[in-house]
Write a protein of this length. Structure first.
Length: 120
């Protein structure tokens, strides 16, 4: 109690007994005990206030971080790509230009390859 050993408490009680006297010693002990109890209560209340205020601030900061963290945890890259593609649809692919056969005005697709039977 209060960082005092049992020997120190006995010495303090003996000094109090001789200084205050046996008649007033019980009342003095009650008064000191009441002051110590009240001081402990004030100290605990102050500690709770300080800790409560700090904890409330920390909780507020944690709550502010929870929403972005939840978004990160639930992130699905495939879904993000799908949503991005839905928002900005890609234009249809352009048709490639027809290849030329080397003959003017004749596209390559209309040229029939010559076979050995056709030439003979």
């Amino acid at each position: 109690m209060l960082g005092m050993s049992m020997g120190e408490l006995i010495l303090l009680a003996l000094v109090g007994f001789f200084v205050i006297g046996p008649e007033r010693l019980p009342g003095a002990i009650r008064a000191v005990a009441g002051v110590v109890t009240q001081a402990k209560q004030y100290a605990n209340a102050l500690k709770d206030q300080v800790n409560g205020g700090e904890l409330a601030e920390v909780r507020k900061q944690l709550d502010e971080l929870r929403e972005p963290l939840a978004e990160i945890r639930s992130a699905d890259p495939r879904r993000a790509w799908r949503e991005a593609l839905r928002e900005e649809p890609l234009p249809p692919p352009a048709r490639p230009a027809p290849r030329r056969s080397g003959r003017p005005g004749v596209p390559m697709t209309s040229v029939v390859p010559e076979t050995s039977e056709a030439s003979g």
